[in-house]
Design a protein around this ligand. Structure first.
Ligand code: NAP
Length: 275
């Protein structure tokens, strides 16, 4: 049994936003934290370490995991957080853009899991925390590939839980609503979403709502508190939602309302109407 404090934690995408907030909170709490970034820079953050990792590259993922294992001898907790949002109408998204989104948000998580699981199995212990999204429960307009990546992450994690439980390893999902981070500035727009797109006007209207909601979102520290609590609590549930009550209620609404009524609510939120 691993002590509640002093756990070795690996957090992907810790250069900003949710990952950084997790790294700061968990290290302040006494855990041994390794964050990752594609460009870690020379300056070490106080109290924790930033390693280089690109989750789209097998060798880069394995190298960072090996560094932590060599220094600490174990990884107790992984927060699979690295990701970005691709925006655009599905018709406008190129196959390459779709591959990149899935390679980072979904296959990146798989790469990290594959790299850490052998050592976790050896020790019959470990916790994998996957940062999903409310977009992994509700298909959002003009964020179709982002939603697809998070829906898939939900399925991957549900399956993973069943496979690793016999080895004493746990996995869980954290579903934040809108959070104030650099996700908004870092959003990638489909190259064909500009002039010439049949969807340009509704896309721009929806994007204004998406960005305004993100800028009014909860601070990333709120997600970090959820991660800390579940990490230091007992057996983890399948999923935890975090964020504004109205957004968390939307998940419930999806299951209780007639599907067309719920869809209508989502459409009007994003300024869309049926012809
Ligand atoms: N903000 C929200 O409203 C919200 C809501 C729900 C879920 N989420 C999820 O929360 C997670 C963190 O996002 P955030 O909001 O904190 O955004 P952020 O501030 O843009 O942070 C994203 C992090 O991911 C890293 N990253 C991106 N691509 C990467 C790659 N190929 N390899 C390794 N690292 C990569 C970035 O690191 P480098 O650029 O330094 O490599 C950065 O540290 C994402 O999975 C996102 O989908 C966010």
């Amino acid at each position: 049994m691993v002590a509640v404090q002093g756990r070795v934690v690996l957090i992907t995408g810790a250069s900003s936003g949710i990952g950084r907030a997790c790294a700061e909170l968990l290290s302040a709490r006494g855990h041994i934290v390794y964050g990752t970034s594609r460009q870690p820079g020379a300056e070490a953050p106080p109290g924790w370490r930033l390693l280089e990792m690109d989750v789209t590259r097998d060798d880069s993922v394995q190298r960072a995991v090996d560094v932590v294992l060599a220094r600490e001898g174990r990884i107790d907790v992984v927060v699979n957080n690295a990701g970005y949002a691709l925006a655009g109408a599905l018709e406008d998204i190129s196959v390459e853009e779709a591959h990149r989104q899935l390679d980072t948000n979904l296959v990146g998580v798989l790469r990290v899991c594959k790299a850490v699981l052998p050592s976790m199995r050896e020790r019959s212990s470990g916790l994998l925390v996957h940062i999903s999204s409310l977009g992994g429960v509700v298909g959002l307009p003009f964020q179709g590939l982002y939603s697809a990546s998070k829906f898939a992450l939900e399925g991957l994690t549900e399956s993973l839980r069943l496979e690793v439980a016999p080895f004493g390893i746990q996995a869980t999902l954290v579903q934040p609503g809108d959070v104030r981070t650099r996700l908004t500035e870092n959003r990638v727009k489909a190259q064909r979403s500009g002039p010439g797109s049949a969807y340009q006007a509704p896309f721009e209207t929806a994007l204004r709502t998406i960005e305004a909601e993100e800028r009014a979102g909860v601070p990333p520290e709120e997600v970090a508190r959820t991660v800390l609590e579940l990490m230091e609590g007992g057996p983890v549930r399948v999923r935890y939602s975090v964020g504004k009550l109205a957004q968390r209620a939307a998940v419930l609404a999806k299951w209780v309302l007639p599907s067309r009524t719920f869809e209508q609510m989502v459409m009007s939120l994003y300024g869309l109407s049926r012809s």
